[in-house]
Design a protein around this ligand. Structure first.
Ligand code: ADP
Length: 482
């Protein structure tokens, strides 16, 4: 197994106001591929979290005193260091999260691309604009950084979720206090170390770590100096955080759960659809908010599609992400594995048919067999649940209207996939699908320039491109008598 070459990237405590801060209490971080403890980290105390927010507030003046070009230069340096440290960052990511090393590298490079893009975009957006007004007045609209941003991120993309938020906020002139998932804090702390090396001033980007997410979350949402919370995680936690933010009328950006339909029409290229299905379902062991969650396949080709999908799925190798023969790593923890079993049992009880997989892999760690369930219908629990694991759940439809109706039958509206060779059909139905993002005849949507985010209970706000920076800018309208 590869080792960490730059030991200074492995940190054990929070980074607050430019300093690494110990505390008495600790929590453990586990390797999901073995179940073993990787590291003991210091818990951030409540006063340390408040200290990070106060430091971020003080640092606003320092950060905003820099020109956009100077801020951009620091971000540019930060992303350069990420690329230089690619092997080490990927090592830490696979160690704490489990995904195959090549996926970890892809995530880091993708995240670095966001930072690069934001370093270039900020200046264009903050340019003041004249507004129409009466002859005796002059009117100008300024874009102002909203202030201190707190960010809470999940464990499935420990690097890119952090940077999509932090880089956009920093580019806009805001300062950031981040709380990464307690399951995968090592990547975020390594990024903090690189921010020091890039020259980002103390207090501008702090990282607080701890296992008491609720207690830390209360401070991050309710401290009077916080202007905005950006959250990525489950819809249930997002709803709680929205309530907490309501007291102080904090701005929020919420990237919550998905329930992506993967629709295959009879006129689709079935081999391409199967390849897309494998990518959209099994990347990160199915633990992504844009994972295909409900396969909707036209009845006339269902048998052929399923046969091809079963064959390809059987060829996938599950195992330690450090071994390059494996395409699927472990689930994040035992709870995730238990959840898969429960989903499968309930689906079978409700009439689903198990075609492949269905069990944890018998080995240390939290590996789970790629699983295929058919005969799914919209009245089953699985149809309405975000699976977040390697289970393919297949329902069928007879015609286009039914496909659209099934696809939209969800409280979530993050993302979906559509396979058809009929361009007229595409033109007809794209606008009818209640989704924030849609892949057509391909399953790879990642693009730092695009607005990533959902509608319905999948959240509000967008990350990526200029949309991402605008989340961190307010308007100020100034009208002057001539
Ligand atoms: P998942 O189910 O994917 O782990 P969660 O929504 O539970 O998603 O977690 C996403 C992030 O939210 C993590 O950083 C986690 O620590 C944090 N979190 C979980 N519960 C709370 C809470 N009650 N308040 C604030 N943050 C929370």
């Amino acid at each position: 197994m590869q080792k960490l070459t730059k030991q200074s990237l492995l940190k054990h405590c929070s980074y607050i106001d430019g300093r690494w801060m110990d505390s008495e209490q600790t929590f453990e971080v586990f390797n999901p591929a073995s179940g073993e403890v990787i590291s003991q980290l210091c818990e951030s105390s409540a006063s340390q979290v408040a200290q990070a927010i106060n430091a971020a507030d003080n640092a606003l003046a320092v950060w905003q005193a820099l020109s956009e070009t100077d801020r951009a230069r620091l971000l540019e340096r930060w992303q350069g260091l990420m690329r230089e440290s690619l092997d080490d960052l990927a090592y830490l990511l696979t160690l704490e999260q489990g995904k195959p090393l090549n996926e970890a590298k892809g995530e880091i490079l993708h995240a670095a691309n966001y930072v690069k893009l934001y370093s270039e975009l900020a200046a264009q957006l903050t340019e003041p604009k004249p507004a129409a007004c009466a002859e005796h007045q002059s009117a100008t609209v300024y874009r102002r950084p909203i202030g201190v941003v707190t960010a809470i991120t999940p464990w499935n993309f420990p690097c890119s979720m952090v940077l999509r938020k932090a880089a956009a906020a920093l580019a806009a002139g805001c300062t950031v206090v981040l709380k990464p998932s307690e399951l995968t804090p090592l990547s975020a702390l390594a990024l903090a170390q690189l921010s020091i090396e890039a020259g980002i001033p103390a207090g501008v980007f702090s990282v607080v770590v701890g296992s008491n997410a609720q207690a830390i979350g209360e401070i991050l949402t309710q401290h009077p100096k916080v202007a905005k919370l950006s959250f990525t995680g489950s819809t249930a936690v997002g709803k709680k955080l929205l309530q907490q933010c309501a007291f102080g009328v904090k701005r929020t950006a919420m990237e919550l759960g998905g329930n992506a339909p993967f629709i295959v029409f009879e006129d689709a290229d079935l081999d391409a659809a199967v390849e897309g299905a494998i990518a959209a379902k099994f990347r990160n062991a199915g633990q992504t908010c844009i994972s295909a969650n409900r396969f909707l396949v036209q009845q006339s080709i269902a048998e052929e599609f399923i046969a091809k999908l079963v064959e390809k799925t059987k060829a996938l190798k599950v195992g330690n992400g450090f071994d390059e023969v494996h395409q699927i790593g472990p689930l994040i923890n035992q709870r995730a594995s238990d959840k898969m079993l429960k989903i499968i049992d309930t689906a079978i009880e409700q009439g689903a048919q198990l075609l492949d997989g269905g069990k944890p892999v018998e080995s240390p760690g939290h590996f789970f067999q790629p699983t295929i369930l058919t005969n799914i219908t919209a009245d089953m629990a699985i149809f309405h649940q975000e699976i977040f694991g390697p289970i393919v759940s297949i329902a069928t439809f007879d015609n286009e209207a039914q496909a659209i109706q099934l696809a939209n039958q969800s409280d979530q509206g993050l993302c979906g996939y559509l396979y058809t060779s009929n361009q007229q059909r595409i033109s007809r139905i794209v606008r009818l699908l209640q989704l924030g993002m849609l892949g057509i005849n391909q399953a790879r949507l990642s693009n730092p320039a695009a607005p990533f985010g959902g509608i319905k209970q999948s959240g509000m706000g967008r990350e990526g491109g200029h949309y991402g920076i605008e989340e961190y800018l307010d308007y100020q309208y100034v009208c002057q008598m001539k």
